[in-house]
Design a protein around this ligand. Structure first.
Ligand SMILES: Cc1cc2nc3c(=O)[nH]c(=O)nc-3n(C[C@H](O)[C@H](O)[C@H](O)COP(=O)(O)O)c2cc1C
Length: 382
């Protein structure tokens, strides 16, 4: 096990070659834009149960989504969301091994308060907290806060100062000033420091050239989009990101997002996927998300709009992995061999589906040598 209190921590708590996390469980509907009644509640009791189950099963991390305003539609997709730093603190108090992220919009959080909230969560979890730093893209959310959204490049300029300030606040420094173009902070004193004099893992998922450059310059974990065409394409994206980091003398981990439908047989998995994601998609919510990104039939033309609609319905940019346990494990092992450090997955109903995934897919990944043997061999679905 990685010593979570070593000064250079900035890693996940566990040490699996392929880290597996659950993505989006703090939001109603999770990451499935569907109307099926079993869609995810996002409630606290369900999140708590899920975190304890995942912790017990050896899942490596929980990654929430900082979403302040739902997307509407027939289901109000992601309309009810638990705030991520308080969510993480509660879950860290109730688990033993799993890393739990909090997701912070830099322009919405004062960095001195955010630094302290992160440290508090880190102490609650004895060094298992991770920070996902985002700059925001959703105009309506910023309007709700009365905060003006900066133009894209400036968002990352601001975020650079913000993360520089956070790292200094977490360092042994005391009674110092931070004098930036945007942030002018006087007489900073912030104690305690993160656990063990180390700092939490920081992740970012910038997709634009500026966002990507920001991530490789400042973060330990970079989330990139896995190709739906070939693992070779994914391997090339990973290499590009790692090379970019190495040019700056840094080593980063590359992660991605998967949308998993795993059932006993290929047919059962495909039937369920079709039922949930295609036949019962909440297209009114999808159309609203697309409109926020200025993707409409008017702006993009009918064919491109249809293509994007299909792309978003199919996992919101995540890689759909649909099949029996052999197929799901093989796909994940291939991603690991392509250089991926970890994958954040979502399930339609996390609590219903996680036991089968852990009982069937994790042991296969152990046998394939990409994950360590589980401490607890007890079947979750028993
Ligand atoms: C794994 C992952 C998690 C993300 N979490 C959030 C989030 O919680 N809140 C948010 O507003 N954006 C989130 N994003 C969006 C990214 O932070 C980023 O803004 C987006 O990929 C666009 O990239 P750009 O900022 O470089 O244009 C996430 C993206 C990914 C892939």
């Amino acid at each position: 096990m990685v010593d979570s209190t070593s000064p250079e921590r900035a890693t996940m708590y566990g040490s699996n070659r392929l880290q597996i996390g659950l993505f989006g469980s703090n939001c109603s509907s999770g990451r499935a834009v569907t109307m099926v009644p079993e869609r995810w509640s996002g409630s606290w009791p369900d999140n708590l149960k899920l975190a304890r189950m995942a912790d017990e099963a050896g899942i490596d991390f929980l990654l929430p989504i900082a979403r302040w305003k739902g997307y509407g539609g027939d289901t109000d997709y992601q309309g009810a969301t638990l705030e991520t730093l308080t969510w993480a603190s509660g879950l860290l108090a109730s688990t033993k091994r799993i890393t739990v992220f909090g997701t912070v919009h830099a322009p919405l959080f004062n960095p001195v308060i955010a630094a302290k909230e992160c440290v508090t969560a880190d102490h609650i979890g004895n060094g298992r907290f991770g920070l996902n730093l985002v700059v925001g893209w959703n105009e309506g959310e910023f309007e709700m806060f009365g905060v003006e959204q900066r133009e894209h490049e400036k968002r990352y300029e601001y975020a650079q100062e913000w993360i520089d300030a956070i790292k200094q606040i977490w360092s042994p420094k005391s009674d110092f000033d931070f004098e930036g173009e945007y942030l002018k902070l006087k007489g900073i004193r912030a104690k305690p420091k993160p656990v063990g004099g180390s700092r939490p893992l920081i992740m970012n998922a910038g997709a634009s050239p500026t966002g990507r450059a920001f991530a490789v310059r400042n973060c330990d974990a970079f989330f990139l989009q896995a190709s739906r065409t070939s693992t070779e394409e994914t391997a090339a994206s990973i290499k590009k990101a790692k090379d970019l980091a190495r040019e700056q003398g840094r080593e980063i981990g590359c992660y991605s997002v998967g949308v998993v439908t795993c059932r006993r047989s290929k047919k059962e998995a495909e039937d369920y996927y079709r039922h949930v994601i295609l036949e019962n998609a909440d297209f009114s919510a999808i159309d609203r998300i697309l409109a926020m990104k200025d993707i409409t039939p008017e702006t993009k033309g009918h064919e491109e709009f249809k293509r994007q609609r299909h792309f978003y319905a199919n996992g919101m940019g995540g890689l759909p992995i649909i099949g029996d346990p052999d197929h799901v494990a093989k796909t994940m092992a291939e991603l690991s061999h392509a250089g991926l450090t970890g994958i954040g997955i979502s399930l339609v109903n996390y609590l219903d589906e996680l036991p089968f995934f852990c009982d069937e897919v994790l042991p296969r990944l152990e046998r394939m040598g990409v994950r360590e043997k589980r401490r607890h061999s007890q079947a979750l679905s028993a």
